[in-house]
Design a protein around this ligand. Sequence first.
Ligand SMILES: [Zn+2]
Length: 199
Amino acid sequence: MGDYKPLAGSNYFPLPRKLRDIGAIINPKNKAQKCFLYCILMSLHPIKTNPKRVTKYSKWIDEVKMGDVPFPVQLNKIPKIEKLNDFSINVFSFEDNEYFPLYVSDKVGAHHVNLMLLEKKGKNHYVYIKNLNRMLNALTKHNGKCFYCPRCLHRFSNKRLLKNHANDCAMRSPLRLKPTTIKHFNLRIGSTLEKYKES
Ligand SMILES: [Zn+2]
């Protein structure tokens, strides 16, 4: 076994076909390991034509305060970036046809960003989830619209049920994290999913 390597997203690789076909995700075609930054900018500045082309976001690049957080951005550095900026971030993963929360924010920011951290042949890459509901609905055979808890991804048949659940869910860490995902990503749960208190 090698040394512990914190999980971080770096350079472009194509989306798995299943995710590509849904049309709910934008995959930044980045180099220089800045996929995280471009995903945030994609969320702040939606672009209709060729949104995956990262040069389109260059003019806004200084809007995101990174402090001393280096690229590639590690999952456990996200709370620090949230503190420096007025947005909150959730990060999900996709494995065996299921989605799992990797990092769920406790912050209520002016703006919320959903990301996915993908893995391919030992490399990791952040992509931007433009439409979380559409992404999640594409996997279900359920007829009619479903509503998903943005923290634990639990599914509800109507908005009222989701609202009832939301307060309970905010009190605990995400439950649906799959053991193989943890192993797969070499995660230290304590460092990534512990509650990060805003002070
Ligand atoms: Zn929940």
